[in-house]
Design a protein. Structure first.
Lengths: 101, 166
């Protein structure tokens, strides 16, 4: 029998893997993938609580907005990554350590 | 033990395993394709939760938009003469400790809290209700989200334009 706990455990695992990706990866696109994992984990939490509580469709509407915000955030973040590659010729976050070129 | 429970366990393992590959893989392309499996797994979890509109939106936007954008980012930002695409990790032991601590605390809270029990609602199509809610009760966030998307598009296009004066 699948209860709320299983969805929360899956979301916790995705969230911790996303945090691991953000903390340990050096490539900027890899860090973006970790951020997407974190957002998906939060979305699973929202939709699971929307189903297993009496608040109607609030969780699913919120999750739709999270998806929209994540899409715009990825667009802007990739624009920043491409600009960083143009300026520094690398996307290694270790080498982006000064504000002035 | 229904068949749907077995399928849910398989989907859960595939999703979390793909997330592990995304974060721990040596190659950037492997991470991107494992992210594809993670997004599909999350969409199947939405179907299990009765959120059919959200599952379709997840596949459309995440797989069809965000993943393609990430692959563009991967392909545009590597050196053409070095097709290795190997990525290194940085201080992986403290990272593993922190993420494991976060996972343990989150799962302890999730399993030990007495969540308010509600009788399970029957699964029904949600697109109609969500559409009506977007147009009546959540109209203001909807409009603000469209303005946000417009601003993000304009901002991203402005960031990467060819500057002829630099």
């Amino acid at each position: 029998m699948i209860t709320l706990h299983h969805y929360l455990l899956i979301s916790a695992a995705l969230f911790s893997f996303g945090i691991l990706g953000v903390l340990t990866r050096k490539n900027a696109v890899n860090v973006l993938m970790g951020i997407e994992l974190i957002l998906n984990a939060a979305n699973i939490n929202l939709v699971a609580f929307s189903r297993y509580s009496s608040s109607g469709f609030d969780g699913q509407i919120f999750a739709t907005f999270v998806i929209a915000v994540a899409a715009s955030e990825v667009a802007v973040a990739l624009a920043i990554v491409v600009t960083m590659y143009r300026l520094l010729k690398t996307v290694n976050l270790d080498q982006a350590d000064s504000l002035k070129r | 033990m229904h068949v749907s429970d077995i399928i849910f366990v398989i989907v859960g393992f595939v999703t979390v395993g793909s997330a592990a590959v995304v974060v721990l893989s040596r190659s950037l392309i492997y991470s991107a394709f494992a992210l594809l499996f993670t997004f599909f797994g999350v969409a199947i979890i939405y179907v299990f939760l009765g959120a059919d509109f959200l599952a379709a939106a997840q596949v459309l936007i995440y797989v069809g938009g965000i993943l393609v954008l990430l692959l563009f980012g991967v392909m545009l930002t590597h050196r053409l003469y070095n097709l290795n695409l190997r990525t290194e990790t940085f201080q992986i032991i403290p990272g593993i400790l922190i993420s494991f601590a976060v996972f343990v605390s989150l799962s302890l809270v999730a399993t030990h809290t007495q969540w308010h029990r509600v009788p399970e609602k029957p699964l029904m199509p949600t697109t109609d209700t969500i559409g009506t809610l977007f147009m009546t009760e959540y109209l203001l966030p909807f409009e603000i989200a469209s303005i946000l998307l417009l601003t993000a598009l304009i901002g991203a296009a402005m960031l990467v334009r060819r500057r002829t004066d630099v």
